[in-house]
Design a protein. Sequence first.
Length: 187
Amino acid sequence: MLSGRRLDLLDPTPVDIEIEDIAHGLAFVARWNGQTRGDYAYSVAEHSLLVEQIFARIDPKAPVKWRLAALLHDAPEYVIGDMISPVKAAVGPGYGALDDRLAAAIHLRFGLPAAIPKTVKARIKRADKVSAWLEATQLAGFSEAEADRFFGRPTPALIEGLHLHLRPPAEVRADFTNRHHALLEQL
């Protein structure tokens, strides 16, 4: 990693994980395989910031630790990349197991339980789907009807005022790192 840490992907440990490495990696990983409109890719870091924001709308009274979990929901992708769902399914259970091991190490590194409770995970997944709907309609060329079929139509209150903008990776990396630090300070 750029921090100098050596991360064993098959046996990751919390001591080898740094938020700067995660933020950097996610800021340079493109969602939608880079197939979005604009001069920059829509990064996993930008997506993660949006998911955390939507999660807070879904559950405004959620403890800060679950907002941190929402921000970090795709953190393993900083080293394994972002694969679209059909590819993940084709790769098989090995991808999921690798993702789970990395997520557990990341969670422990930042004071979260290795496994996020299912009820919290379900709310994060809901926020993730709302984010995907917004990304699909605002950046990836989907009609609203098509996005509704794939992701479900979000309630208007969850998406009110959310307009996606593509930004340079360095800017997104800084915002992701700053948001992470702000959440940790609130724990």
